[in-house]
Write a new protein. Sequence first.
Length: 258
Amino acid sequence: MSPIQRLDEVALFGSPRMWIALVGIIALIGGFLTWGVLARPPVMTSAFGVISTEGGPLEIGASLDGTVTSLFVTVGTAVEPSNTLAIIVNDEGRSVRIRTPIAGQVVEIATQEGDFVRTGESLGTIQRLDQQLAAIALVPASAAGGVTPGQAVLISPDSVPSGEYGFITGTVSSVAISPMSVSLIEQLLGGVAGYEQFTVPKEPIIQVLIDLDTDPANPSGFAWTIGSGPPFTIPMGSPWEGQIITGDRSPLSTLFGS
């Protein structure tokens, strides 16, 4: 066989099927690399919290050491500014009326008649009614570093099946610069959200305030990712879980950590 005939055999090496498969594999790898570099799936931080007013609930404290002799409200009572919440009498017989500073609804009573209280000790919690509803998020400090105002949020109230109605959309409006106190966490989870049992996180918690997107045409008054949302209102104090969209990242950078 001549050298020219051998060269033809080398040039014709491999069947057409093999070359088609090879081209397909190369195209598949190229497509994966392109997707891995150009695709930008969102990076999300899990959060949970309570739907409340922008200022959050207001805790009313005792103004002196003494015994609670009278209590004029119960959970659910609507109050106006200067309504009497309780009367405290100290050891010297001095009587002080503890008044409500704002209009709202009593969501927690932390004492009862006959209790001895110290100055500053909580007597109850009032949920404001003069502010627009917002979402208060409790985010672990280790995850709060990437949360900044302006980021989009997806919120799923516990009373609404997200698979059917989707999420309320919102935007981060502010991020606290210091951790929440244990008493405030207990107040939000126990007094406002109504959890009878909950575990206070061991890690410091940062409060994040979220503006909720509104849509007056929907029964709930909020904007939803699926249709018009549920056919009912979302009550103040509703607990929720959701995701804060903190950015995006290509799959390859996620895979290789760069």
